[in-house]
Ligand binder design. Sequence first.
Ligand code: SF4
Length: 222
Amino acid sequence: MSDLKDIQFSQSSIDTYDTCRLKFKKIYIDNIKWSNDNPNFGSQFHLLAQRYYIGIDEELEEGRADYILFNNLKKFLKREKGMYPEYNIKYKDEEISLIAKVDLIKIEKQKITIYDWKTSKSKFDKSKLEKSYQTKIYLHNIAEKFDVNPEDISLIYYNPRFDNSIKIDYSHSEHKYNKIELKNKIVSIINEKNFDERIGKHCSFCQFNSICNQQFISVDSL
Ligand code: SF4
């Protein structure tokens, strides 16, 4: 069992906590991990993208479900110098530890761009993305770890299904606000004592659905 003070928080763990505290407890405190033996469509696509930006050229058969998406991605963002896929950016202070696992980071002189691939079948909601912990943690950790002005950091979400992207810029004032919000949120989780279940529609996407609701789910829904 993990001590909450030792947990390295991420967008995923905070979102899980907000969705259902019991699910958070099972995964991040009791360490009940989900096997990656059956990767879903999204994780397979991320692997293709990672290989491409590392420098591995992979020719896909035209019939493959991800053929068009992968070609869209390559047209959207060509491989260049200074690009690092699947990059972890860690932040730690005396109270909290926070990790951003970014799909791709592009480092230029005094400018950093982070890319995140989304393969969902729904279109982007910019306001939702701007308020998400993913956006806040990615931008926060970059601003803390790199010697770059927050104004020179941006985050681009790209969905190859729709060949559509959204760019989110950052600023000093947003960083100041983010820093306080993220710390308060994580400290409140560290001090949490109640990890009750929260039954709802979200259970259809939870690996513990068979335990809480006696219902099985498909791996693609995770
Ligand atoms: S099935 Fe529902 S209630 Fe049970 S852990 Fe998952 S999200 Fe929580």
